[in-house]
Design a protein around this ligand. Structure first.
Ligand code: CP
Ligand code: NVA
Length: 303
């Protein structure tokens, strides 16, 4: 059966662990031998593009990159026809899209094509895999099965990154508290539904509640890609949700700070925190590639 990664939610618990285990297993440099892999970007990307491109090469394949403008999903031709076209040349297509529904349509239109979400407005599952690897390394000696009881606080706009992170961590036994102002909090439903996970996830409005005693503090941009027109209002609404030294001071002594990046220094996070001793953001970047190796190996049935 063709495997896909559109959300963490769509993975069974066993499949999530399989992806995580493969990410740190010795890689098989022949797994994608001479195989082209399509990488499509409707939005800009540095980390995801670097991770995916290098991971494909490391597994013996070769990436073929397309920008959204070149392909024109639903502009030059329908997403379905793009999918059918890709399926004639590629077995795997990884896409960063503006609207999550496009990924679902690509998957539905092209039977044998494995589809990977490299970020949509709803989810960022490959980021979540990297985040779990980073957290496990910081707090459990690298054991992704050792996260039970860990307290993770998320502060700021509850984004695509928040949803995939919360689903992954709750599934692995951690507890997650998300602090966001009204209108920026997680909502029920959608393809990456963190709220369906029960009491492991708590939603609050006070950032101090998320930070107090946290083993991990996480934030993301206040203005996600596609929201640029709302930038001014978002900065005003979220001004009290900055991860600064005072907030980190409420966390546990072993707390590490994460951010998917790109960071907007002085907005959602201060220089002092991002560059401080608790920050693990560069290790997160490192794990974007190991996460992609795990995802690509899992698509092939475990490698
Ligand atoms: N974190 C992340 O996805 O970074 P890029 O947008 O640079 O790929
Ligand atoms: N929430 C951000 C994440 C960037 C990696 C965005 O969608 O732009």
């Amino acid at each position: 059966m063709t495997r896909h990664l559109l959300t963490i939610d769509a993975l069974s618990d066993g499949e999530l662990l399989e992806v995580l285990d493969l990410a740190t297993a010795p890689l098989d440099p022949t797994l994608y031998e001479d195989e082209p892999v399509a990488l499509v970007f409707e939005h800009p990307s540095l980390r995801t593009r670097a991770a995916a491109t290098v991971a494909v090469h490391q597994l013996g394949g070769w990436p073929v990159e397309f920008t959204g403008d070149e392909i024109g999903l639903d502009a030059r031709e329908s997403a379905e026809d793009v999918a059918r076209t890709l399926a004639e040349t590629f077995a795997v297509a990884a896409l960063r899209v503006r609207r999550h529904g496009v990924l679902e349509r690509v998957r539905a239109a092209a039977g044998g094509l494995s589809v990977v979400n490299l970020l949509s407005d709803a989810a960022h599952p490959t980021q979540a895999v990297a985040d779990v690897l980073t957290i496990a390394e910081a707090h459990a000696g690298g054991d992704v099965r050792g996260l039970a009881g860990l307290r993770v606080g998320y502060v700021g706009d509850a984004t695509n990154v928040t949803r995939s992170l919360a689903v992954a961590l709750c599934r692995l036994g951690a507890s997650v508290v998300v602090a966001a102002p009204p209108g920026y909090q997680l909502t029920p439903g959608g393809p990456e539904d963190a709220l369906a996970l029960g009491p492991a996830l708590r939603l609050v409005s006070d950032p101090r509640e998320a930070a107090r005693g946290a083993d991990v503090l996480y934030t993301d941009t206040w203005v996600s890609m596609g929201e640029e027109a709302e930038a001014r209002r978002r900065r005003e609404d979220l001004a009290d949700y900055r991860v600064d030294e005072a907030l980190v001071g409420l966390a546990s002594e072993r707390c590490v700070v994460l951010h998917c990046l790109p960071a907007h220094r002085g907005d959602e996070v201060t220089d002092g925190v991002l560059d401080g001793a608790r920050s693990r953001v560069w290790r997160q970047v490192f794990h974007r590639r190991t996460a992609m190796l795990g995802v690509l190996a899992w698509l092939k049935g475990g490698g």
